[in-house]
Write a protein that binds this ligand. Structure first.
Ligand SMILES: [Zn+2]
Length: 152
């Protein structure tokens, strides 16, 4: 139980949230091609060298033909919101300053789906089917990262 004096004291001690850098994504031998493309402001998806199947996230074996040979296919970076949710609690302190914010599954024109936060999107105006396009930004703690922006 909280007394009135405790509530007043808590309110006076509130400060703006400390801005914390985002954790850097792990770059592995398997994902290196994705991150190399990002450095050149391109979105590239893993492509099976045997059957040409595109796949994301990077995986060691093709789920269709089981080949372990692959390359990287530059893609359009355009797509639409396949699904989304609005986060009202940050899962990491670096996102605290953005709540509430949108986390969306993006379906690229090439049929590949990827998950991304849409920190600039208005949670009250987001909708399934909205068109999005990739952009690249330098983010504290992460370096150059692909970002999706709503374009309609
Ligand atoms: Zn394959």
């Amino acid at each position: 139980m909280t007394s009135k004096s405790d509530a007043t004291e808590t309110a006076s001690e509130q400060t703006l949230p400390e801005i914390v850098a985002r954790p850097a994504p792990p770059v592995t031998e398997l994902s290196q091609g994705f991150w190399d493309a990002v450095q050149n402001e391109q979105l590239a998806i893993q492509k099976c060298a045997a059957c040409d199947l595109l796949r994301h996230y990077p995986q060691p074996l093709c789920p269709s033909c089981h080949s372990n040979e692959f390359g990287w296919q530059p893609v359009s970076g355009r797509g639409e919101i396949y699904s989304y949710t609005v986060a009202h609690r940050a899962f990491h302190p670096a996102w605290q300053q953005h709540v509430p914010y949108v986390i969306a599954t993006i379906e690229l024109e090439e049929g590949i789906r990827m998950v991304c936060d849409l920190l600039e999107a208005d949670p009250d105006r987001i909708a399934i089917g909205q068109r999005v396009e990739v952009a690249f930004a330098e983010l504290p703690g992460q370096g150059r990262m692909p970002r999706f922006e709503v374009i309609d």
